[in-house]
Write a protein that binds this ligand. Structure first.
Ligand SMILES: [Zn+2]
Length: 279
């Protein structure tokens, strides 16, 4: 993730992280909106001190403040909160939040928020202002922080933010919970009855290669990629997302220590094909 350090924030934390606060930027939709907002945070004058941990637009996430530091985004929840800024406006309708651009924004945000939920043991649930005030752990909007602590009048991300869709996307990035009937240990694919094609050279995230199509077909067949996504000679964000979901389920094929590996290696390639076509 690109880093553009914000100018204003509180170094360190004295209480554990408990909530994730969703904001919108009140900024126009564009491919560089996250970068622009982060740059704005990096240059704000002392008369308007503000920041967030991460800014996202439809194709990227930019880190502005480390999780271990306190961003100044939602008074009342800065000491125990993480803040993420989404490209868009609080006045957006549900349909506008779910248009093509905003779905990209929600996907970028869901990936970051899922990482936070996992790292800081925060349940991927939406809290009401009352639950926030009562000390529960979860995800809120800036508007809920305003309602709970009454220190600002900000109402982002607005009344029509599609919480149901967003939380479903967050949960799609999270590993299955140990309480589910399946064993908590990483599942093992059945032994390959299908021989995977040789691992293609040059198949890496953002690369242009015909083998990206072969990968997309296998991801779809194994259920890690939506079948409606068009195939392309490009290892783009949708393909990376599919590989990431595959690695979430089978972390033994992900790069060591990476909770969200979007690059596929030869072993993962072979396992994916046995999952896709092995039965
Ligand atoms: Zn806000």
């Amino acid at each position: 993730m690109e880093l553009i350090q914000a100018r204003w924030y509180g170094p360190g934390r004295t209480v554990p992280i408990r909530v994730i606060v969703i904001h919108d930027m009140e900024a126009p939709e564009g491919p560089k909106t996250a970068e622009n907002c982060a740059r704005w945070f990096s240059t704000l004058p002392a008369s308007s001190k503000a920041s967030a941990h991460v800014c996202v637009d439809n194709d990227s996430a930019v880190r502005c403040v480390a999780d271990g530091d306190r961003a100044w985004h939602a008074p009342g929840a800065n000491s125990d909160g993480l803040g993420i800024e989404l490209a868009g406006y609080a006045r957006q309708s549900r349909a506008e939040w779910l248009d093509q651009y905003s779905k990209g924004v929600l996907e970028q945000a869901a990936r970051v928020v899922a990482g936070w939920c996992e790292k800081h043991k925060i349940p991927a649930v939406k809290l009401s202002a009352a639950e926030l005030k009562a000390g529960k752990r979860g995800i809120v909007g800036h508007r809920d922080v305003s309602a709970a602590y009454r220190q600002t009048d900000h109402t982002d991300p607005g009344p029509n933010f599609p919480w149901d869709y967003f939380l479903a996307r967050v949960n799609a990035y999270l590993k299955p919970k140990p309480s589910q009937p399946s064993k908590p240990t990483p599942s093992k694919p059945t032994p390959p009855k299908y021989r995977a094609p040789a691992f293609p050279k040059g198949l890496r995230p953002n690369a242009s290669a015909p083998s990206a199509r072969t990968l997309q077909r296998a991801l779809k067949a194994a259920g890690f990629m939506n079948k409606s996504v068009p195939e392309a000679d490009n290892y783009g964000p949708k393909t990376q997302e599919g590989v990431g979901i595959f690695h979430r389920k089978y972390p033994q094929y992900a790069a060591k220590g990476s909770t969200w590996d979007v690059a596929i290696g030869p072993k993962g390639w072979a396992a994916l094909f046995s999952l896709a076509y092995g039965k």
